[in-house]
Design a protein around this ligand. Structure first.
Ligand code: GLN
Length: 213
């Protein structure tokens, strides 16, 4: 990373993962649908190579993968058709770091309160899709995030939340008692859209705390 972290002491939170330090610095953004370009731009601004992922082959050699916001049912359907559902699962189970934002958080969950839909099931969590209501209920909110010194402005658009999480999941952000940010061993989820703000702290957090870059 190009040394552009916010100067807020987040580096104290976890030690770097020495086993990944020599690894590739290329981060993929799943580019089937949704907010792809915004993530790519922030990653490039932070000095990492960002690539769009459209096939299982594109996953090879990645140091991390972002599953962006969009429509989780649409993204899930294309993932099934393209083989990426299984491809991303095996990337993850081999230790590949994943960050799901909004629809990506829905897809990362192991179960949903709503209708059945294809899920990656990377995180031990029950998700309530559109938990904050529909489009009209989009809002911004300053959030206290565990490990962040200053609040982070969350942009919520038809956002989900986690109703419950199981062992191995650390809750790092809430709105009331609704879980909107969480972290596991090699996974991060946010119900909101950090790529729609000028604040790169969540991208830096993902690269540093989850990808070990
Ligand atoms: N509610 C949408 C879904 O379930 C997510 C919305 C978003 O990503 N902005 O896919």
């Amino acid at each position: 990373m190009a040394g552009s972290r916010a100067d807020n002491g987040e580096r104290r939170v976890t030690a770097r993962r020495s086993d990944r330090e020599e690894g590739p610095k290329r981060i993929g953004v799943l580019a089937l649908q949704g907010d792809v370009r915004e993530h790519v731009e922030i990653l490039r601004r932070l000095g990492v190579e960002a690539v769009e992922v459209r096939s299982v082959e594109d996953l090879s050699g990645l140091a991390g993968l972002i599953v962006p916001g969009g429509e989780s049912t649409t993204i899930g359907k294309i993932m099934v058709e393209s083989g990426l559902l299984d491809g991303i699962r095996s990337f993850f189970y081999k230790g590949g770091p994943v960050w799901g934002t909004c629809a990506g958080m829905v897809l990362a969950a192991s179960a949903t309160t709503g209708e059945r839909q294809p899920l990656l099931g990377l995180m031990n969590a029950l998700v309530e899709r559109n938990g904050f209501g529909r489009q009209v209920h989009s809002f911004e909110k300053d959030l206290e995030i565990e490990g962040f010194e200053k609040p982070f402005t969350g942009v919520f658009i038809r956002a989900p939340f986690f109703e419950d999480v199981g062992p191995g999941v650390e809750v790092i952000g809430k709105v009331g008692d609704r879980i909107v940010a969480a972290k596991g061993e090699n996974i991060l989820v946010t119900a909101f859209h950090p790529e729609l703000t000028d604040d790169a702290r969540f991208h830096e957090y993902f690269l540093r705390e989850v990808c070990g870059l």
